[in-house]
Design a binder for this molecule. Sequence first.
Ligand code: FAD
Length: 323
Amino acid sequence: MSVLIYIELDNGSIKKTSLETVAYGAKVAAQTGGQAIVLAIGKSDSDELEKAGDFGAEKVLHASDEKLSHENSMAYADILVQAAESTQSKIIILPKSGLGDAMAARAAAKLKAGIVSGVTALPETEGGFKVTRSIFTGKAFSTVEIKSDIKILVVKKNAIELDESSVGTVKATVETFSPQLRDADFQATVVEVEKASGEVSLTEAQVIVSGGRGMKGPENWQPLVDLANALGAATGCSKPVSDLDWRPHHEHIGQTGIKVAPNLYIACGISGAIQHLAGVNGSKCIVVINKDPEAPFFKAADYGIVGDVFEILPKLTEAARAI
Ligand code: FAD
């Protein structure tokens, strides 16, 4: 029984979050005695796709066509279904993202599969197939049993620890996969995508330095940006900050913004309202800098610094540059 793992590409490179999905899928394949097969859609090359083997994939199916160069959840879901059928995969795994969720829902309807999104740990396979998912914006967990023959899991970042056991032992073979493309899937297509250059993407970032209203105004952001540059981090912000146009809207993190899951999240002058926490509680380590020792964010922090951001940020930057 194969486990099919969909990976997302960014300009031909496998997204870091997807490599983690491969490691997760390979562990599920080991649990269930199956083969870990990866599906990549869009332009890339064999050298890049073989990297999936380093995370435990045995085979990579690569569907590449000019029509598939921009994300298209309808067409991609159709290809996922065709790949699942041709590999007779009973478990399908996707990374949690807008695209991953959209593809999973469409594929589940076509394959009559049970679907669980927001999965946070490896499934239990003894006495039923049970998965844990986060609910109420990460405030609680629920365990769900999937009884359908085909099972689809949409997995959150940091669902597994990447360690030596995540390293693959066989070289992945890359095979061309030529799916049937349906005209109906291309009635509306993306013509061009313009990406901000020179910035670290928030969803992919390992480290994020984020600012709130405690930064007092857009003119005060440089100390925060300096720390982010010293750490190779992305910059984020709270909702009021982007509402006030202090920072661009794509930096807004939280329940109504982007959900992030970096290894390190440094919150500067952010109170820690529940709506903000909903976007950051997948982070491995949270550091909070706030001058108010009663700020709610300290309850969610791994490390807290009580003090003025404008005094602390330059000291942290100096220390980071010295590493
Ligand atoms: P504040 O609450 O004003 O906090 C500023 C903090 O900075 C304070 O804790 C203060 O002690 C500290 N501070 C001030 N000066 C300094 C200094 N010099 N040094 C150190 N610390 C200092 N918010 C989000 O962020 N994301 C969301 O997605 C989101 N969605 C929402 C959805 C809904 C439906 C609603 C109702 C609200 C939502 N909010 C969201 C808003 C949320 O409730 C809070 O109002 C918001 O997160 C507060 O932003 P803040 O912490 O930057 O500002």
